[in-house]
Design a binder for this molecule. Structure first.
Ligand code: OOB
Length: 529
């Protein structure tokens, strides 16, 4: 029998409330009424309107036959409809699966097979891609998908809201300990992993993050990362900002000018970026003096290793506090504090956000390592999951028998009792904050007729953190170039962020002493090119 988390253990915690997101929204609407809750590039919505629209859409979903407990694929970019859809599904106890706009057929299929969603909600078009044909193809292939709802100017979602307004009846009761969302885990090994977060633990996650950021109703939070990701959704992100009555600005794209424009125009006080985005924003600021980022109070940086030199540069050049954020969709969050000294902020990822977080750093035999020594970071606690969704085998590997999540990250305790991350132990590539599992890309590559074998490694890269390099054994005379690989991967429906940045052909593999492909040697080879 695997370890099962006992939620009652956490009921004494400040910020822990057994309540669903739907009910939560009602409380916010009551408290913050006509204040602006969310703005996007086209519109804005108050807390009260958000509640009303979520109620209407929830009633419409029920009418269409979406039931409590149904899983629903949600693939929407950063826009107000995302927020309405999230709360509407929560109100009826349906569970959104947080797809990213970048995902394509290859990612969708694995998840549909695992979670059997009853519906699929897509944006009509975003960044030049039309989602409806892809959604229809999925519906055709998988009979579990009974409905496609399209979010467009005049499409299903707005129509459904308009149609049912004023007639919302009773919604099914939702318990705070039920699953609220299924988040995507970074990097899968072919079989995707979904992360079930309950209403209560996820809202606690948001509250503890907001508390560490000293967030209040005067704050303006900018979500420029895709808001379906845990970082901008809940750390404190969208949900943490709504909790305190602040305003959320949704930026529709992640380019530096979009980010800097939004900060300048909206008076943004806090935002979250991955290191690669900070670098490009800094470059932009250097040659364009029209931006005004003086409203910023906190810049959260996380999702990937932040180089010491970049941390120093942010502290020196940005008119705000840097907050280093180590986070996982599985739960554990560790942030620096706004009150910490700059020198401390630059060299660590702070402390866990909840007093009830249990963190261990262990060696290969799961024994605790001393301060100052790297080991694997393990965590258990109020908002850390005790298992992936329907994944008994994966859970045996990813959790200890007493319920600690194995992050696969190298970390140490510093002498000031702060966490300092040191890269990955598990084989996973972190490319500009996106997590990619080499084995997944290897499997895709081997579906190409010219490729006999493939090995994928991450190679340190100044801008991306890591770039993806694919080593290939191909049929002798058949040449293959990067363009062809990209075309092929696009055709089979692989997300763009997983495309190799570099390919190298090999005749034979370098092998380790036990005869496995020596990936360390491949990394060195790729670096030399
Ligand atoms: C965030 O969540 P995920 O689930 O996409 O990725 C988690 C992994 C961690 O296990 C670690 O490998 C890496 O991302 N990571 C960092 C880091 N923050 C995350 N590695 C080094 N330094 C950091 N500061 O990425 C995420 C979730 C919530 C908030 C922020 C990030």
């Amino acid at each position: 029998m695997s370890y099962k988390k006992d939620m009652s253990k956490y009921e004494h915690l400040e910020g822990w409330e057994r309540c669903g997101f739907g009910e939560q929204l009602d409380k916010w609407a009551e408290k913050y009424g006509e204040r602006t809750a969310v703005t996007d590039s086209e519109d804005e919505i108050s807390y009260m309107e958000l509640k009303q629209k979520a109620d209407c859409l929830a009633a419409a979903f029920l009418r269409k036959g979406i039931l409590k407990g149904d899983k629903v694929l949600v693939q929407l970019p950063n826009r107000i409809s995302f927020v309405i859809v999230f709360f509407a599904l929560s109100k009826i106890g349906a569970v959104p699966i947080m797809m990213l706009p970048a995902h394509r057929e290859a990612e969708l299929e694995g998840i549909i097979e695992l979670a059997k969603p009853a519906a699929y909600i897509v944006v009509e078009k975003y960044l030049g891609f039309s989602y409806v044909p892809m959604a229809n193809a999925m519906k055709e292939k998988y009979s579990c998908i009974r409905h496609i709802f399209v979010d467009s100017e005049s499409g299903d979602i707005s129509g459904m809201i308009a149609e049912t307004c004023g007639e919302n009846g009773a919604f099914p009761a939702v318990d705070g300990y039920e699953t609220a969302v299924l988040l995507l885990s970074g990097g899968t090994t072919g079989v995707p992993k979904l992360i079930p977060r309950t209403h209560t633990d996820y809202m606690y996650n948001a509250r503890m993050s907001a508390k560490r950021c000293r967030l209040d109703s005067s704050d303006v939070y900018l979500a420029s990362l895709p808001v379906a990701h845990n970082f901008p959704l809940c750390c404190p992100g969208l949900l943490g900002t709504l909790e305190v009555g602040g305003k959320v600005v949704l930026a529709s794209a992640t380019s530096p000018d979009d980010i800097l424009d939004a900060i300048t125009e909206e008076g943004v006080t806090i935002t979250a970026l991955v290191p690669a985005m900070v670098t490009v924003c800094m470059e932009m600021l250097e040659w364009d003096e029209d931006y005004d980022i003086s409203s910023l109070r906190i810049l959260q940086v996380g999702g990937a290793m932040l180089e010491d030199s970049l941390a120093d540069k942010i502290i020196e050049e940005w008119p705000c506090k840097l907050m280093q954020v180590f986070g996982t969709a599985e739960g554990l969050l560790s942030f620096t504090s706004p009150e910490d000294e700059g020198s401390l902020i630059a060299r660590c990822q702070g402390t866990p956000v909840s007093p009830a977080d249990e963190v261990k750093i262990v060696d290969e035999e799961d024994k605790a390592v001393p301060e100052g020594v790297f080991g694997e970071l393990l965590s258990r606690g109020p908002y850390t999951i005790d298992g992936y969704y329907m994944a008994e085998e994966a859970n045996k590997k990813s959790f200890t028998p007493d319920g600690f999540y194995r992050t696969g990250d190298k970390a140490m305790w510093t002498k000031d009792r702060r966490l300092r991350l040191g890269g990955r132990i598990k084989e996973q590539i972190n490319r500009a904050g996106e997590k990619i599992m080499p084995s997944e890309i290897e499997a895709y590559l081997c579906r190409h007729s010219k490729i006999k074998e493939a090995a994928v490694v991450g190679v340190p890269d100044e801008t991306l953190g890591n770039r993806i390099c694919a080593f290939l054994v191909t049929d002798d005379e058949a040449g293959i170039d990067l363009q062809e690989i990209h075309r092929f991967l696009r055709e089979i429906g692989v997300a763009a962020y997983k495309m190799p940045d570099q390919i190298e052909r090999v005749e034979t593999w370098p092998l380790t002493s036990v005869g496995k492909i020596d990936k360390k040697a491949l990394e060195r080879m790729a670096q030399g090119k």
